[in-house]
Design a protein around this ligand. Sequence first.
Ligand code: NAD
Length: 271
Amino acid sequence: YSPNQRSRIMKNNLQKKTILVTGASSGIGQGIAIRFGQQGANVVVNYHSDEEGAKSTLDKINAAGGDGFIYQADVSSEEEVKGMYEEAVKKYGSIDVLINNAGIQKDSSFSEMTLDEWNGVIKTNLTGQFLCAREAIRLFVQKPDVGNEAKAKGNIIFISSVHDIIPWAGHVNYASSKGGISMLMKSLALEVAQKKIRVNCISPGAIATDINDDVWKDEQKKAELLKLIPYKRIGQPEDIAKTAVWLASDESDYITGTTIYVDGGMTLYPG
Ligand code: NAD
């Protein structure tokens, strides 16, 4: 490690901590997983179908000095999620941080939206985040109490969206799932705060990933999008990853039940 990296690692206290990142084969999840690897953490790299992407995430984690393994699981399958946690416990004893990131979009005008398009998005984005959070909480509560002033013994970060607060025409299923995550996060944070478990959301604005690649391929659409961003820059996975590392670290120990909008000011404009 360089001296700079070493001092960052010591400050963050994430070395040898175990982080489970869902949907870590691409985009924001991949960026987050690699950033934790750079802190010397153990990273469970969950993926759904893109094994190559997951392997490349793990390679970068290992190259940065972190440890980890890849694990295929559909976050909306109770059985597969349980299997993934069993594997994490077998390898590392428990987990310290869950990054609940996996998500999809299936866009449609409301009157044309099929029940499959509605259910598919809710199942992955909301039920999937519930299932992964529940298994994490079940592990966290088993950890020994270390006193009232102790640091958090578990940490959950939901990756939501600015559309948990900004309505989005043509994307009612997606916006509903993200609005749901917001209240899931707050209610859970309240339920487990006394157990020294922290629960928060990071809500990204426009981040250049596969989920919205139609925009990055189209200069016109990109220009339209930039009009909605006061900071006049499209976000990168790294913007979210930096925030996630800080929010998972002891540096942010007094923060629970809140949403951090990483959006270049997008939420400042009316919806
Ligand atoms: P992405 O498509 O690159 O990443 C989504 C990941 O989730 C993929 O790796 C995909 O394989 C995985 N995934 C999908 N369904 C899954 C399932 N059932 N089980 C396990 N994994 C599954 O796009 P991204 O932008 O990196 O999205 C990551 C998260 O960030 C999503 O929750 C998304 O809603 C949120 N987000 C993205 C933006 C943006 O502008 N990119 C903005 C706000 C919120």
